[in-house]
Structures are given as C-alpha cells and as structure tokens.
Design a protein around this ligand. Structure first.
Ligand SMILES: Cc1cc2nc3c(=O)[nH]c(=O)nc-3n(C[C@H](O)[C@H](O)[C@H](O)COP(=O)(O)OP(=O)(O)OC[C@H]3O[C@@H](n4cnc5c(N)ncnc54)[C@H](O)[C@@H]3O)c2cc1C
Length: 352
C-alpha cells in the first residue's frame, strides 16, 4: 500500500482535503492532471497584478472561505460598485443611466483567487502532491489502485474523485460502476464548465472617471455580462466579461471573439476601451479536465447540487465523490469545494 487516501484532482476541493488529511496525520497522495494546481481557479498575471480567468468572488455568509482567507492572511477587498451600470439593448443602443451595481457586496482577493491555491500548495508536503498526473483507471483491487496515463500505479485504501462528476464519468472503473451511478455522474452539470471569460487590461480604470462602475449587461454578443476587474494594488484597470456566445458556437473562434469583445467594450465604455494593454481569453468548455461534452449545453440557473444517492456508496465507500458539485449547501461555489473537503475529511478521520 503506497498511501491511505488517493485524492484525484488538485483544484480547491482536492487541495483543501489534502490539507485536512495532512493536519490529521493521514497519509495521502494527490494527483493533478494539469501542469498546474487550481483547476477552475486560474489567474492571468501582469507584473504584480492578477486577473481571474475563473472565479473572482466570494460572498458574506460563506464561513469556510472567510476562515481560509483569515488563516492565510490574504487581503480581501470589495468588488468595485460605485458608478452606474450600462445596458446594451437588442437594438445596440447603450443606456448609461442605470444606477445600480449588480455585484455590490461581493469580495475579491488581492492578486486573484490563485492566492488561495498558492498558500494551500505551500502548506502541503511537496512529495505527496503531483502535477501532470493524468488518472485513467481506478480499480477496486487490494484496497484501491489508480493507474496513470504514464503507466504508474498507486495503491491506497480509499480514493476521492475531487473533479467534476461529468469529468469523473470519463475515467475507467474496474469493476464497472452500476449504470445508475454512471448516469448520476453524467447528470450533474459542471458549474460554469460551459463558460468562457474575457479580460482586457488598461493603464487605469478610465470608466470610473466617467461615473461608470464597469458593470454592463448586453443583449449583444460576445459579452453578456461585464464587470470591473481592476487590480487595487497596482491600479491597473481591467474589465472582464462572461462570453454569451454558446460553447458550441465558440469552438475555434477565440481570436474572432477577442476582436468582437474589444469592439463591444468600445461601444459601451467609449474610445479608450478600444486600446487595451493586454487581453486574456479562457474557454473552460474546451478543457477536458473541467468540462465534458454534456457541459456544452447551457444550464438554466444554478442547479440543485448535492451528492446523488446513486453515488453515495460506491465500492463500500472506498470510492467517493469530492468536488464542489456534491456540496449540499454551497454546491458549485468555492465555498462548496471547502464544504465538501471538510465533510470528507471528517468521515475519513472518523473511519481511520
Ligand atoms: C468562469 C468561472 C467563473 C466562476 N466564478 C465563481 C465565483 O465568482 N465564485 C465562486 O464561488 N465560484 C465560481 N466558479 C466556480 C469555482 O471555480 C468552483 O466552485 C471551484 O473552483 C471548484 O473547485 P473543485 O476543486 O471542486 O473543482 P476543479 O477546480 O474543477 O478541480 C478539479 C481538478 O481535477 C483535475 N482533474 C480532472 N481530471 C483529472 C484526471 N483524469 N486526473 C487527475 N486530475 C484530474 C482538474 O485538472 C482540476 O484541477 C467559477 C467557475 C468558472 C469556470
């Protein structure tokens, strides 16, 4: 036996679980497919400034996030909300007199959300965590055995799938999981898995000088919802937008979407927006470690998350689900990733 618990996935939930296990003295190995940790948390850096290409916000009333930023001494600030919201209507007319901020009360983290990941990774024993470790097969044999794409085999007593259930459905299980379990995995939408984000940076947040908050809603493509993403430490201005073009229609259209997004920012925020210093574009639907083909279909609203019954007792609990999508209270959110990690850790510690 190489270890007690094998954690597959080095996003926030997997890393937070590893952190709990390490502090409880339980042996673990964490295997991450990508060359970086963080999963859906990813930041584009410009000097000291960080711009979120995945999650940007957490909110009051999210106790695990509050505790984690406190523990790591991270600097939290309010989403910029002063000024008016713009609206681009169906006819392309821009309304700049809408006096509310759609994300007022949301919190951001200085340097971007990857500050959380960097601190978590730094707190873990480096020899237990591995990047470029693509898991292909999980066997229920002599405890559990995990096989990597590289051919490496790792044996443990239990395995946690800290990845979106639809992505977990693409692994091979030996023996095969019941049909109901596979269907349940595929039925859980990956939160924001079908989304793409666009960021444009400027020398300063010039829209604020015009009394605009940086928030905008649009009935035109490509960006449907835009917010201020300015880095408060460096003062580097930034606007980010969620791309409204469907995941299917976006395929291989990255360059065209970037050009159209800059034009749209120009229409909404004026001439200066046409000359960003840098632009970043991240299409999460194209990432096989985040989204499955099923996530290309748009999701209506926030799904009701939680652990489906069919996934609650796999291989007598030697195999468990562990991403934010199975959180009962805050499923889909960063808070949900921490909620799941804590619950799993409590169970694993109790079973020790
Ligand atoms: C564009 C966008 C905006 C968002 N905005 C917000 C927000 O503002 N606030 C908020 O609370 N939440 C937001 N979210 C959701 C938030 O990102 C997630 O709740 C959180 O990051 C999920 O963490 P996780 O560890 O559960 O899953 P993931 O981050 O998906 O981690 C899963 C990990 O498993 C790895 N993996 C996959 N397959 C394998 C394999 N075969 N072998 C090994 N490893 C594998 C992946 O590479 C990944 O690192 C947003 C998400 C996106 C995409």
């Amino acid at each position: 036996m190489d270890t007690d618990v094998i954690v597959i996935g080095g996003g926030l939930s997997g890393l937070a679980l590893a952190d709990h296990l390490q502090r409880a003295g339980i042996a673990y190995r964490l295997l991450e497919a990508r060359a970086r940790f963080g999963g859906r948390i990813k930041v584009a850096s410009v000097g000291e400034a960080g711009f979120d290409l995945g999650p940007s916000w957490f909110w009051p009333g999210q106790p695990h996030m509050a505790a984690m930023v406190k523990r790591f001494g991270l600097t939290v600030f309010d989403q910029h909300s002063e000024g008016t919201l713009c609206y681009e209507d169906e006819a392309g007319v821009i309304h700049r007199d809408l006096g509310f901020s759609s994300m007022e009360g949301s919190y951001r983290i200085q340097g971007g959300m990857s500050a959380l990941i960097d601190r978590l990774v730094a707190s873990l024993d480096r020899q237990n965590i591995m990047t470029d470790a693509v898991v292909k097969t999980v066997h229920d044999k002599a405890g559990v055995t995990v096989e990597l794409q590289s051919g490496e085999i790792i044996k443990g007593k239990r395995v946690i799938l800290a990845m979106p259930p639809r992505v977990a459905a693409n692994l091979t299980y030996q023996p095969e999981l019941p049909v109901a379990a596979m269907n349940a995995m595929r039925s859980v939408p990956t939160w924001m898995g079908g989304q793409a984000k666009f960021v444009a940076t400027y020398d300063r947040p010039f829209w604020r000088e015009k009394g605009l908050s940086g928030d905008a809603m649009s009935r035109h493509e490509p960006l449907m919802e835009i917010h201020d993403a300015t880095d408060p430490k460096t003062g580097l201005g930034a606007l980010f937008g969620f791309v409204g073009t469907s995941a299917g229609a976006r395929q291989r259209q990255g360059e065209a979407i970037k050009t159209a997004a800059i034009e749209q920012l120009g229409r909404i925020f004026g001439q200066q927006a046409l000359s960003p210093e840098k632009v970043f574009y991240q299409d999460w639907a194209e990432q096989i470690e985040t989204a499955s083909d099923l996530d290309l279909r748009p999701v209506a609203g926030h799904p009701a998350y939680g652990l489906p019954n069919a996934l609650s007792d796999l291989w007598e609990k030697r195999l468990r689900m562990g991403s934010t999508e199975v959180a009962t209270q805050f499923g889909g959110f960063l808070e949900g990733a921490l909620e799941v990690a804590e619950h799993l850790a409590q169970d694993l510690i109790a079973d020790r």
